[in-house]
Design a protein. Structure first.
Length: 295
């Protein structure tokens, strides 16, 4: 028994640099070897609703995807964008991208470059990136009336009327769905208030965790059809999309949100174990001190 006490006291008195190393490894190893650190992820009702809404869209449906985030919120939202494009392109749905944030141009370009070639999608035929326009909700209102009042050329400088996908698209009423990838203002709330609610166009959103309390009333009121809440929501959606694509014979590697959630969970487990060990050690050393020390 005394030997066991000495072991606990020794572990509880370990050098803090070793503790930092343990926590660092708990984050690093799941990222380096994701196949060995996979954790079961159960989709919430909100993430399942997003998946079901997108999965119900028919081939050649038209969806507008709005990029409203930048590098600072990329870890939370970008995995949702990648999973969304995987889902859409696997169903041969036409994707129209816009950006309400300047950095959204870079996020959209990166997402398309990562996914489009894998599905053999052609720019201007299967997807188009209209790019960023300043103005916030004014841009949304402009798209409601006439897309060409806001965009005469796409992000690459091509004339809108020369793009095959744009020939039958005049305004948002010509689209079947809107998806907002939002990190703040302007974002999901503006799409609900100035476009989707007045026009009756269904929409879903993927947002940062801190935004969920602001967006959830719209979800509960069915104005937004489900929500991907930060990195956990992105990981849940990744799992749902991966399962659906596997059934269709499309191989999809684990997404970054799923890998990051595994790393985060492992780090939390290590920290909790260290806290428990520290409390046990404190209890034993205090008790030993009262009894004159451990012999």
């Amino acid at each position: 028994m005394d030997l066991l006490k000495k072991i606990f006291i020794a572990l509880g008195s370990m050098d803090r640099r070793f503790i930092f190393l343990l926590v660092g490894l708990s984050v690093l190893l799941p990222k380096l070897y994701p196949d060995f650190f996979t954790l079961p992820i159960k989709a919430s009702s909100h993430s399942q609703r997003v998946f079901d809404e997108i999965d119900a869209l028919k081939e050649d449906s038209k969806i507008l995807v709005s990029f409203e985030y930048g590098p600072s919120t990329k870890p939370e939202i970008h995995p949702s964008a990648i999973a969304l494009l995987n889902h859409l392109f696997s169903k041969d749905i036409k994707v129209y991208a816009v950006a309400l944030w300047p950095d959204g141009n870079f996020m959209a370009t990166e997402a398309f470059s990562q996914v489009a070639d894998k599905f053999g999608k052609i720019y201007g035929v299967d997807y188009v990136n209209l790019g960023y326009k300043p103005g916030g909700e004014a841009v949304v209102k402009g798209l409601v009336s006439d897309i060409r009042t806001m965009y005469t050329v796409d992000l690459l400088g091509n004339d809108i009327d020369s793009i095959e996908m744009m020939k039958d698209v005049t305004n948002l009423l010509d689209l079947d769905f809107i998806f907002s990838l939002s990190a703040g203002y302007p974002g999901s709330k503006e799409w609900v208030q100035f476009a989707c609610d007045p026009l009756g166009i269904p929409m879903s959103t993927g947002c940062t965790s801190i935004q969920v309390t602001d967006i959830i009333p719209y979800v509960e009121n069915d104005q937004i059809k489900g929500i991907l809440s930060g990195m956990p929501g992105a990981a849940e959606y990744e799992q749902l999309v991966q399962g659906a694509l596997s059934e269709r014979g499309v191989a999809v590697s684990p997404g970054k949100a799923s890998i990051n959630m595994a790393a985060q969970s492992m780090a939390h487990v290590v920290i909790v174990l260290l806290i428990i060990l520290g409390n046990i050690t404190y209890y034993l050393t205090r008790k030993s001190g009262k009894n004159g020390g451990v012999s």
